[in-house]
Design a binder for this molecule. Structure first.
Ligand code: ACO
Length: 334
C-alpha cells in the first residue's frame, strides 16, 4: 500500500503553569538581559515545571487531550512511543509510567532518545508500526523537563530552554480512502554521532556515574558549544526540508505551513529562507516557550491546529534538529 499509511487523528499539549520571563533571571543571579536574549534567540519567556510537574505528568496531560480529540480511549492504544531527553527515572522508560498513568493496559510502551528531533522520530516509528500492521493506533509524545538538566549557573544555556509536552494520536488510514486522504506523506531521519560532544551531558550515565566529583564540577548537566551547534542546526534543517519535499514529491508551493523546531528565531528564519517559504508560512512560538526539545514541534503543531492556523486538507512540513546530532523532517496532510 502506498502512503499515507497513518494520519494524525488528534493532538494535545501539557504545559506547566509557571512562566519565567527574561527579566526573571536577575532574581536568580544570572547576568543577562531581555535585549541580549531576544536579539540572539527571539525568546521572551519560557514555562518552568513546578514540583508536581514531571515528564510523565506533562505527557499525560498532552496525551489525554490528544486522545479526546482523536476519539480514542486508553484501551485502544497499541503502542506508546515517548521521546525525551529528561526521563523521570533512568529505569524504566518514562513511557511505561505514562502507560500506567493512562491505564493503557494493551499497549507496548517505550522511550526513544533523539533529543529535539525526537517527536518526528517518534512519529516515524509510529507510522512504521502502523504500516507493517503491528498497530492500529499509536500515541506519540515529546515531553521534557529541561529545567532539571540545565546548568542554572551557565547563562549561555539556561536562558534557552523551557519545559512542556506535546502529543498526537496516529491512526491507520482507512482502506477505503478519499482521493487525498489526511496522513503522513514523507519522513526523513538522520544522525551524526561524530558531533555528539557539541551538545551533551558529560557525566551521570553508566560510563561516568554520579560521584562527588561529578556533582562538584556539574558535569551531569547540559553543555553546549553554541556557535558550532548553530551552524550545524542551520545546515541540517536545510537538508531536512529538501529531503522532506523530495520524498513527498512536492515543491515549497505545496506547503501551507512550516513548523520548525523552536530553538532560535535566527535558525527558524534561515530554515524558512532555504526552503523558499516566507515567514508568514512559518509557525513561531519560540518567543513564548523557548526550546522545549522534543516537545517543541509537538506543542507548535497542537497550537497551529487549535488556533485554526492549520486547516483540514492543508499540508504541513515539520522539521527539527537536536543533540546527537539528530535531524528529521516530515510532510503531512492534516
Ligand atoms: N546574556 C548575556 N550575555 C551572554 C549570555 C546571556 N544569556 N550568554 C552568553 N553571553 C555572552 C558571552 O559570554 C559572550 O561574551 P564575550 O564576547 O564577552 O565572551 C557573548 O555573549 C557572545 O557569546 P556567544 O556564545 O558567541 O553568542 P552567540 O551570538 O553565538 O549566541 C547562542 C549564543 C544564542 C547560544 C547561539 O550560539 C545559539 O543560538 N546557538 C544555537 C543554540 C541552540 O539553538 N541550541 C539548541 C539546538 S539543538 C536542541 O534544541 C537541543
Amino acid at each position: 500500500m502506498t502512503r499515507p499509511h497513518a494520519y494524525f487523528a488528534g493532538t494535545g499539549r501539557g504545559v506547566p503553569a509557571k512562566i519565567m520571563t527574561n527579566d526573571d533571571f536577575a532574581a536568580i543571579g544570572i547576568e543577562t538581559n531581555d535585549e541580549w536574549i531576544v536579539s540572539r534567540t527571539g525568546i521572551r519567556q519560557r514555562y518552568i515545571a513546578g514540583p508536581n510537574d514531571s515528564t510523565c505528568s506533562m505527557a499525560a496531560t498532552a496525551a489525554r487531550q490528544a486522545m479526546k480529540r482523536a476519539g480514542v480511549v486508553e484501551g485502544e492504544l497499541d503502542a506508546i512511543v515517548l521521546s525525551t531527553a529528561t526521563a523521570d527515572r533512568l529505569l524504566p522508560a518514562t513511557a511505561v509510567d505514562l502507560q500506567a498513568e493512562l491505564g493503557a493496559s494493551r499497549s507496548a510502551a517505550f522511550d526513544i532518545g533523539a533529543a529535539c528531533a525526537g517527536f518526528i522520530f517518534a512519529a516515524s516509528v509510529g507510522e512504521g508500526l502502523i504500516a507493517t500492521g503491528n498497530a492500529e493506533t499509536v500515541l506519540i509524545v515529546g515531553s521534557e523537563r529541561m529545567s532539571s538538566i540545565i546548568d542554572w549557573k551557565d547563562r549561555s544555556t539556561c536562558v534557552l530552554f523551557g519545559d512542556g509536552a506535546g502529543a498526537a494520536v496516529l491512526k491507520r488510514v482507512p482502506a477505503k480512502r478519499s482521493l487525498k486522504p489526511a496522513g503522513i506523506l514523507s519522513t526523513y531521519m538522520r544522525s551524526d554521532g561524530t558531533l555528539a560532544d557539541l551538545l551533551y551531558r558529560p557525566a551521570g550515565g553508566a560510563a561516568i556515574p554520579f560521584s562527588e566529583a561529578v556533582l562538584a564540577d556539574r558535569s551531569y548537566l547540559v553543555r553546549m558549544a553554541g556557535r558550532e551547534v548553530f551552524k550545524h542546526a542551520v545546515r541540517s534543517m536545510a537538508d531536512a526540508t529538501d529531503r522532506a519535499l523530495d520524498i513527498a514529491k512536492l515543491t515549497p508551493h505545496d506547503i501551507d505551513l512550516l513548523i520548525p523546531h523552536q530553538a532560535n528565531i535566527r535558525i527558524i528564519e534561515a530554515t524558512a529562507k532555504h526552503a523558499n517559504l516566507s515567514m508568514d508560512k512559518v509557525y513561531v512560538n519560540v518567543d513564548r516557550y523557548g526550546n522545549t526539545s522534543s516537545a517543541s514541534v509537538a506543542i507548535a503543531l497542537d497550537e497551529a491546529i487549535e488556533c485554526g492556523r492549520l486547516q483540514p486538507g492543508q499540508t504541513v512540513m515539520l522539521v527539527a534538529f537536536g543533540a546527537g546530532f539528530t535531524w528529521a523532517s516530515m510532510v503531512l496532510r492534516v
